[in-house]
Design a protein around this ligand. Structure first.
Ligand code: SF4
Length: 227
Protein backbone atom coordinates (compact mmCIF):
# COMPACT_ATOMS: atom_id res chain seq x y z
CA UNK A 1 0.00 0.00 0.00
CA UNK A 2 1.30 3.45 -0.88
CA UNK A 3 1.95 5.85 1.96
CA UNK A 4 0.15 9.19 1.64
CA UNK A 5 2.06 12.27 2.76
CA UNK A 6 0.99 14.18 5.87
CA UNK A 7 -0.62 16.64 6.16
CA UNK A 8 -3.12 16.49 3.29
CA UNK A 9 -1.70 19.73 1.82
CA UNK A 10 1.60 17.90 1.27
CA UNK A 11 -0.24 14.99 -0.35
CA UNK A 12 -2.05 17.40 -2.69
CA UNK A 13 1.22 19.07 -3.66
CA UNK A 14 2.91 15.76 -4.44
CA UNK A 15 -0.10 14.44 -6.37
CA UNK A 16 -0.27 17.66 -8.42
CA UNK A 17 3.48 17.65 -9.14
CA UNK A 18 3.49 14.04 -10.29
CA UNK A 19 0.38 14.41 -12.46
CA UNK A 20 1.62 17.70 -13.94
CA UNK A 21 4.76 15.94 -15.06
CA UNK A 22 2.71 13.13 -16.60
CA UNK A 23 0.07 15.35 -18.26
CA UNK A 24 1.82 18.65 -19.05
CA UNK A 25 -0.93 19.87 -21.40
CA UNK A 26 -3.90 18.99 -19.23
CA UNK A 27 -6.97 21.12 -20.00
CA UNK A 28 -10.64 20.96 -20.94
CA UNK A 29 -11.34 18.54 -23.79
CA UNK A 30 -14.71 19.94 -24.91
CA UNK A 31 -14.54 21.92 -28.15
CA UNK A 32 -16.07 25.42 -28.26
CA UNK A 33 -15.25 28.79 -29.73
CA UNK A 34 -17.28 31.17 -27.55
CA UNK A 35 -19.06 31.29 -24.18
CA UNK A 36 -22.42 30.17 -25.53
CA UNK A 37 -20.86 27.10 -27.14
CA UNK A 38 -18.97 26.38 -23.93
CA UNK A 39 -22.16 26.56 -21.86
CA UNK A 40 -24.07 24.32 -24.28
CA UNK A 41 -21.22 21.79 -24.49
CA UNK A 42 -20.88 21.54 -20.71
CA UNK A 43 -24.63 21.06 -20.25
CA UNK A 44 -24.56 18.28 -22.86
CA UNK A 45 -21.56 16.61 -21.20
CA UNK A 46 -23.42 15.68 -18.01
CA UNK A 47 -23.28 11.86 -17.83
CA UNK A 48 -21.94 11.74 -21.40
CA UNK A 49 -18.41 11.53 -22.76
CA UNK A 50 -16.65 14.66 -24.02
CA UNK A 51 -15.81 12.74 -27.19
CA UNK A 52 -19.47 12.15 -28.00
CA UNK A 53 -20.34 15.75 -27.16
CA UNK A 54 -17.65 17.02 -29.53
CA UNK A 55 -19.00 14.82 -32.33
CA UNK A 56 -22.53 16.14 -31.88
CA UNK A 57 -21.70 19.81 -31.34
CA UNK A 58 -19.73 20.04 -34.55
CA UNK A 59 -22.99 20.20 -36.51
CA UNK A 60 -25.14 21.67 -33.71
CA UNK A 61 -23.00 24.81 -33.48
CA UNK A 62 -23.28 25.36 -37.21
CA UNK A 63 -27.07 25.27 -37.04
CA UNK A 64 -27.57 27.18 -33.77
CA UNK A 65 -25.19 30.03 -33.12
CA UNK A 66 -27.16 32.51 -30.98
CA UNK A 67 -29.34 32.29 -27.87
CA UNK A 68 -32.30 33.46 -29.98
CA UNK A 69 -31.88 30.50 -32.31
CA UNK A 70 -32.06 28.08 -29.39
CA UNK A 71 -35.02 30.01 -27.95
CA UNK A 72 -36.93 29.88 -31.23
CA UNK A 73 -36.37 26.17 -31.81
CA UNK A 74 -38.73 23.57 -30.37
CA UNK A 75 -37.52 21.15 -27.71
CA UNK A 76 -38.12 18.31 -30.19
CA UNK A 77 -35.96 19.93 -32.86
CA UNK A 78 -33.15 20.40 -30.38
CA UNK A 79 -33.52 16.86 -29.02
CA UNK A 80 -33.18 15.57 -32.58
CA UNK A 81 -30.15 17.78 -33.20
CA UNK A 82 -28.38 16.28 -30.17
CA UNK A 83 -29.48 12.68 -30.76
CA UNK A 84 -26.75 10.35 -29.44
CA UNK A 85 -26.20 12.43 -26.31
CA UNK A 86 -27.31 10.85 -23.03
CA UNK A 87 -30.79 12.12 -22.01
CA UNK A 88 -31.12 14.01 -25.29
CA UNK A 89 -34.83 14.66 -24.73
CA UNK A 90 -34.28 16.39 -21.38
CA UNK A 91 -31.26 18.24 -22.64
CA UNK A 92 -33.17 19.46 -25.72
CA UNK A 93 -35.51 21.15 -23.25
CA UNK A 94 -32.59 22.62 -21.32
CA UNK A 95 -31.08 24.13 -24.46
CA UNK A 96 -34.36 25.73 -25.45
CA UNK A 97 -34.85 27.06 -21.90
CA UNK A 98 -31.30 28.40 -21.74
CA UNK A 99 -31.81 30.23 -25.05
CA UNK A 100 -35.03 31.81 -23.73
CA UNK A 101 -33.49 32.88 -20.43
CA UNK A 102 -30.36 34.34 -22.01
CA UNK A 103 -32.49 36.42 -24.38
CA UNK A 104 -35.04 37.49 -21.74
CA UNK A 105 -32.78 38.13 -18.73
CA UNK A 106 -29.20 38.55 -19.89
CA UNK A 107 -29.27 40.50 -23.20
CA UNK A 108 -28.22 37.34 -25.03
CA UNK A 109 -24.99 37.04 -23.02
CA UNK A 110 -23.77 34.15 -20.86
CA UNK A 111 -23.80 35.49 -17.26
CA UNK A 112 -20.66 35.56 -15.14
CA UNK A 113 -21.89 34.78 -11.64
CA UNK A 114 -22.49 31.45 -9.95
CA UNK A 115 -26.02 32.50 -8.89
CA UNK A 116 -27.11 33.59 -12.38
CA UNK A 117 -25.59 30.55 -14.06
CA UNK A 118 -27.11 28.01 -11.66
CA UNK A 119 -30.46 29.68 -12.27
CA UNK A 120 -30.39 28.50 -15.90
CA UNK A 121 -32.10 25.20 -16.81
CA UNK A 122 -29.81 22.16 -16.57
CA UNK A 123 -26.97 24.14 -14.97
CA UNK A 124 -25.67 22.97 -11.59
CA UNK A 125 -22.67 24.13 -9.61
CA UNK A 126 -20.25 21.88 -11.52
CA UNK A 127 -21.36 23.19 -14.93
CA UNK A 128 -21.34 26.77 -13.67
CA UNK A 129 -17.80 26.38 -12.31
CA UNK A 130 -16.56 25.15 -15.70
CA UNK A 131 -18.24 28.06 -17.53
CA UNK A 132 -16.88 30.60 -15.03
CA UNK A 133 -13.35 29.18 -15.27
CA UNK A 134 -13.06 28.67 -19.00
CA UNK A 135 -15.53 31.29 -20.25
CA UNK A 136 -14.91 34.17 -17.86
CA UNK A 137 -11.54 33.39 -16.24
CA UNK A 138 -13.24 33.39 -12.85
CA UNK A 139 -12.10 30.59 -10.56
CA UNK A 140 -14.60 30.38 -7.73
CA UNK A 141 -14.28 26.75 -6.83
CA UNK A 142 -13.04 23.32 -7.84
CA UNK A 143 -15.00 21.38 -10.43
CA UNK A 144 -15.74 18.01 -8.84
CA UNK A 145 -16.80 15.56 -11.50
CA UNK A 146 -16.83 11.79 -11.23
CA UNK A 147 -13.03 11.54 -11.77
CA UNK A 148 -12.16 14.19 -9.17
CA UNK A 149 -14.55 12.55 -6.73
CA UNK A 150 -13.05 9.08 -7.23
CA UNK A 151 -9.38 10.10 -7.25
CA UNK A 152 -9.51 12.48 -4.31
CA UNK A 153 -11.08 9.75 -2.17
CA UNK A 154 -8.71 7.04 -3.40
CA UNK A 155 -5.72 9.26 -2.69
CA UNK A 156 -6.83 10.04 0.85
CA UNK A 157 -7.45 13.74 0.13
CA UNK A 158 -11.01 13.58 1.40
CA UNK A 159 -13.45 11.18 3.01
CA UNK A 160 -16.50 13.23 2.07
CA UNK A 161 -19.23 11.43 0.14
CA UNK A 162 -20.78 14.09 -2.13
CA UNK A 163 -19.34 16.41 -4.82
CA UNK A 164 -20.46 19.50 -2.87
CA UNK A 165 -18.74 18.43 0.35
CA UNK A 166 -15.67 17.16 -1.51
CA UNK A 167 -15.34 20.59 -3.14
CA UNK A 168 -15.55 22.30 0.27
CA UNK A 169 -12.84 19.98 1.54
CA UNK A 170 -10.55 20.39 -1.49
CA UNK A 171 -10.67 24.20 -1.62
CA UNK A 172 -9.14 24.13 1.85
CA UNK A 173 -6.10 22.08 0.82
CA UNK A 174 -5.50 22.73 -2.91
CA UNK A 175 -3.70 26.06 -3.54
CA UNK A 176 -6.10 28.50 -5.22
CA UNK A 177 -3.88 28.93 -8.28
CA UNK A 178 -4.13 25.17 -8.89
CA UNK A 179 -7.91 24.82 -8.57
CA UNK A 180 -8.57 24.71 -12.31
CA UNK A 181 -5.61 22.54 -13.22
CA UNK A 182 -6.25 20.10 -10.38
CA UNK A 183 -9.57 19.09 -11.97
CA UNK A 184 -8.06 18.49 -15.40
CA UNK A 185 -5.16 16.50 -13.99
CA UNK A 186 -7.57 14.23 -12.09
CA UNK A 187 -9.70 13.81 -15.23
CA UNK A 188 -6.68 12.89 -17.36
CA UNK A 189 -5.39 10.39 -14.81
CA UNK A 190 -8.88 9.02 -14.19
CA UNK A 191 -9.29 8.33 -17.89
CA UNK A 192 -5.80 6.99 -18.57
CA UNK A 193 -4.94 4.97 -15.45
CA UNK A 194 -7.12 5.33 -12.37
CA UNK A 195 -10.30 4.14 -14.06
CA UNK A 196 -13.42 3.38 -12.05
CA UNK A 197 -13.55 -0.39 -12.49
CA UNK A 198 -10.04 -1.46 -13.27
CA UNK A 199 -7.32 1.00 -12.26
CA UNK A 200 -3.85 0.16 -13.51
CA UNK A 201 -2.09 0.54 -10.13
CA UNK A 202 0.93 -1.41 -11.40
CA UNK A 203 1.66 1.40 -13.86
CA UNK A 204 0.62 4.45 -11.84
CA UNK A 205 2.85 7.41 -11.00
CA UNK A 206 0.93 7.87 -7.75
CA UNK A 207 1.18 4.28 -6.49
CA UNK A 208 3.86 5.03 -3.86
CA UNK A 209 1.66 7.66 -2.21
CA UNK A 210 -1.75 6.08 -2.82
CA UNK A 211 -3.45 4.38 0.14
CA UNK A 212 -5.83 2.58 -2.23
CA UNK A 213 -3.14 0.93 -4.36
CA UNK A 214 -4.72 -2.27 -5.63
CA UNK A 215 -2.94 -5.46 -4.62
CA UNK A 216 -1.41 -3.80 -1.55
CA UNK A 217 -4.49 -2.14 -0.09
CA UNK A 218 -7.53 -4.37 0.43
CA UNK A 219 -9.92 -1.43 0.05
CA UNK A 220 -10.86 1.00 -2.73
CA UNK A 221 -11.25 4.19 -0.70
CA UNK A 222 -13.40 5.69 -3.47
CA UNK A 223 -16.21 3.33 -2.52
CA UNK A 224 -14.95 2.10 0.85
CA UNK A 225 -15.48 -1.44 -0.51
CA UNK A 226 -12.90 -4.24 -0.88
CA UNK A 227 -11.30 -4.35 -4.33
S1 SF4 B 1 -4.38 3.80 -10.26
FE1 SF4 B 1 -4.26 2.74 -8.28
S2 SF4 B 1 -2.39 3.51 -7.32
FE2 SF4 B 1 -2.94 4.95 -8.96
S3 SF4 B 1 -4.16 6.53 -7.97
FE3 SF4 B 1 -5.59 4.99 -8.77
S4 SF4 B 1 -5.96 3.56 -7.06
FE4 SF4 B 1 -4.11 4.76 -6.57
Amino acid sequence: MGTPLEPREAQVEEVTDRLRETYPDSTISLRYSNRLELLIAVVLSAQCTDERVNEVTEELFETYSTPAEYANATEEELADAIYGITFHNNKGGYLQGIGERLVADHDGEVPDTMAELTDLPGVGRKTANVVLQHGHDIVEGIVVDTHVQRLSRRLGLTEEPTPERIEEDLVGIVPREDWQEFTHLCIDHGRATCTARNPDCGDCVLAAICPSQKGDSPVDLASGEPW
